[in-house]
Design a protein around this ligand. Structure first.
Ligand code: SAH
Length: 364
């Protein structure tokens, strides 16, 4: 049997692992702390485990992380890490500091299958889902690179599943990773500070509501189905009304007070006064915070970003209509780390194309 990578197992997963190897499940709690709090990846150094157990672990388990290929640091303090996976592909994670908050933007897939027309990850196509260890590994590595603040606290206070990929299309691995983010024995981040962003995979939104308590952001980007069908092909399957109903179910009966609505502003496409009015109309029965995202261009795109004046007008119209609306600051664009710019730059693109073809050729 191949050794199990313990990095991606949440409490329940680790308890299952220990039971399977004939050990007491409480060992799981010790392992979580060693791996995620003390960042120890050598079983030999886990000194409160018996020598025999450490020996067993080194035979039956591993603790392997993605390898950081490059670290880029923006003039605004944003940092991006390009990480190489064991399969040779690369993914990206981005850290965005702001005041006393530090947000890590985490990837969930290599590429993305949704093919939203305004997103560079979408243009790259889909390669594979990330393992839970590769998702939580991004947070593990960010903590390692960033160290602690002068008061000894971790600087990553928030996580957004807004990097490459559609997190709800890699459900089980994303849930395991988010359980670890939230677990006090691992990272202990409050559910309010863990946000999953989706383009609208409705059945999975309902499932998430049952399985893992986190904040939800929805990439709406259009106020009518005609346009949304065009820019987010997934809309043909789950149109706006169906998606917004799922959002209502998500907030109902829970402490979750609102849904974040993401709305990328594309010049001449979705940024008119009528678009703003339509947006307010369709959102009127849902508690939301609207986050307007200036479009970040990438090579080959035909879209352009709405002007500053139009963005300000759009936002003001929403505020005047009683909505909560903010404009997302573009961060890290000098290191190509802004929203929709993450493409897991791979040095050898041919190889990537080949490996995509290879994955497609092998039936799952
Ligand atoms: N698949 C998920 C999460 C990934 S992207 C989702 O769709 O929500 C995170 C956010 O960045 C999404 O709202 C996405 O629509 C937006 N985005 C994608 N490309 C962008 C671009 N070029 N400029 C600005 N925002 C973009």
């Amino acid at each position: 049997m191949a050794p199990t990578n313990l990095l991606g197992l949440d409490l329940a997963g680790l308890e299952g692992f220990f039971t399977e190897i004939g050990e007491k499940p409480f060992r799981a709690r010790q392992l979580l702390q060693w791996i995620h709090q003390y960042r120890v990846v050598n079983f030999e150094d886990m000194t409160n485990l018996s020598k025999t157990l450490r020996q067993t672990l080194s035979e039956k388990a591993t603790l392997s992380l993605p390898e950081v290929l490059h670290e880029y640091i923006s003039v605004d303090g944003t940092r991006k890490w390009v990480m190489r996976l064991s399969c040779g592909n690369a993914i990206e994670a981005v850290y965005i500091p702001e005041g006393d908050r530090g947000t890590l933007c985490v990837s969930s897939q290599v590429g993305c299958a949704l093919a939203c027309t305004f997103c560079s990850t979408g243009a790259q196509g889909f390669n594979r889902n990330l393992e839970a260890s590769e998702i939580i590994g991004q947070l593990w590595l960010a903590n390692k690179y960033l160290g602690k603040d002068p008061k000894g606290r971790r600087v990553v206070t928030n996580v957004v599943m807004m990097g490459m990929g559609e997190p709800l299309a890699n459900y089980n691995n994303v849930i395991a990773a988010m359980n670890l983010m939230r677990d006090d024995l691992a990272y202990g981040i409050s559910w309010r500070r863990v946000t999953l962003s989706t383009a609208g995979m409705v059945p999975m939104i309902d499932k998430l509501r049952e399985d893992c308590h986190v904040s939800l952001a929805v990439s709406l980007h259009a106020a009518n189905d005609k346009l949304r069908d065009e820019i987010i092909p997934l809309n043909k399957k789950y149109p706006i009304a169906v998606l917004l109903d799922a959002c209502k179910r998500y907030v109902e009966g829970h402490q979750r007070r609102h849904i974040t609505i993401e709305y990328v502003l594309l010049a001449g496409i979705n940024d008119s006064e009528k678009d703003a009015r339509d947006l307010m109309r369709i959102l009127k029965d849902l508690p939301t915070k609207i986050n307007l995202i200036p479009f970040n261009p990438f090579p080959g795109t035909n879209y352009t970003c709405s002007s500053k004046k139009v963005i300000a007008r759009f936002k003001q119209q929403l505020l005047d209509g009683g909505c909560i609306a903010t404009v997302r600051k573009t961060r890290g664009d000098d290191i190509v780390a802004a929203c929709g710019q993450l493409a897991g730059e791979v040095q050898d693109k041919t190889r990537r194309t080949q490996s995509i073809n290879k994955t497609e050729a092998i039936p799952a």
